[in-house]
Design a protein. Structure first.
Length: 167
């Protein structure tokens, strides 16, 4: 499943949740579905901002990925573990949006992904932007992270769906 099909699946699933289910926080320290969607969309937009920065960059970088970054791209995705960010990067995501707002944001993301998909081959692969955990990534790698990150959150999405109160 490519990133477009994956995001369409996320989008379609939003139609199955009531507003109460979407915003339901099952226990302290656990995100709601709304928060998980917000997080995935925000991070994807940040990754596409980095694609854009790579495209605008003129200075080639010889720097490479970290050991974790190398493994991530070799395996084609995040390991099947929960990743806890440092507290300063771990503010709770937004839990106030409704299904329609999230669908609109996913549509905007899909449009932006589509715009960049056709431009990636023309971007110098040696023009890179640093990721705090993965090292220096080029535009294609930043773009690929979007799908990897949405796939990584599928397990969390399924767990949250199992904890929903039936409507």
């Amino acid at each position: 499943m490519d990133e477009f099909q994956l995001i369409e699946t996320y989008k379609d699933d939003l139609k199955n949740y009531s507003l109460e289910q979407l915003r339901h926080i099952p226990e302290p320290g656990v995100w709601s579905l709304c928060q998980m969607y917000d997080h995935c969309i925000l991070v994807a937009q940040e990754y596409l901002d980095c694609v854009e920065s790579c495209a605008a960059e003129t200075e080639e970088k010889e720097c490479g990925k970290t050991e974790f970054g190398e493994r991530l791209f070799k395996n084609g995705g995040f390991p099947p573990i929960k990743i806890k960010l440092p507290d300063e990067l771990n503010a709770p995501p937004n839990n106030t949006e409704n299904n329609g707002q999230l669908i609109n944001r996913l549509d905007q993301l899909l449009e932006r992904l589509s715009e960049w998909e056709g431009k990636l081959d023309a971007i110098n692969p040696n023009c890179k932007i640093e990721h705090g955990g993965f090292g220096w990534l080029n535009a294609q790698e930043w773009y690929d992270l979007v799908g990897m990150h949405f796939r990584h959150h599928l397990r969390q999405k399924n767990e949250l769906e199992q904890r929903l109160v039936p409507q």
